[in-house]
Design a protein around this ligand. Structure first.
Ligand SMILES: [Zn+2]
Length: 125
């Protein structure tokens, strides 16, 4: 347990590194997690970041982009199709960038706190 408190889950998560050793790559692909750390062998199979990263990524991007898009529209008066052409790729790109970072941070935070999903049969009604 002491090992779980040494490394910052935010720092290792942002870098996409193992929460236990900070060295092994956390991701197998762009968003999929490894089954175990390639450096220290920590098992990641029971861990999951859930849906939180997607919510926070979309919320953070849209809270910034929507006012910018509205201001851009008011200043320039460009047609709506051009607005979609400009802001669509910006929104998708920023969401994907933030999604990977936030998945790493939330995964590492859950691992550090030893959080596990509670099976439905164990939940109180
Ligand atoms: Zn490791």
């Amino acid at each position: 347990m002491a090992r779980r408190r040494r490394l910052s889950p935010v720092q290792t998560g942002l870098r996409g590194r193992c929460p236990a050793c900070g060295e092994g790559n956390l991701f197998k692909g762009f968003l999929k997690f490894q089954e175990e750390c390639e450096a220290c062998g920590t098992d990641f199979r029971d861990e999951d970041a859930g849906d939180g990263p997607a919510f926070f990524a979309m919320f953070a991007v849209l809270i910034v982009i929507i006012p910018m898009a509205i201001a851009f529209q008011m200043v320039t008066g460009v047609p709506m199709w051009l607005e979609l052409l400009i802001w669509g790729p910006v929104i998708i790109g920023l969401c994907l960038f933030l999604l990977r970072k936030l998945r790493g941070v939330m995964f590492n935070t859950a691992w550090r706190r030893n959080a596990r999903e509670v099976p439905a049969k164990d939940m109180k009604q």
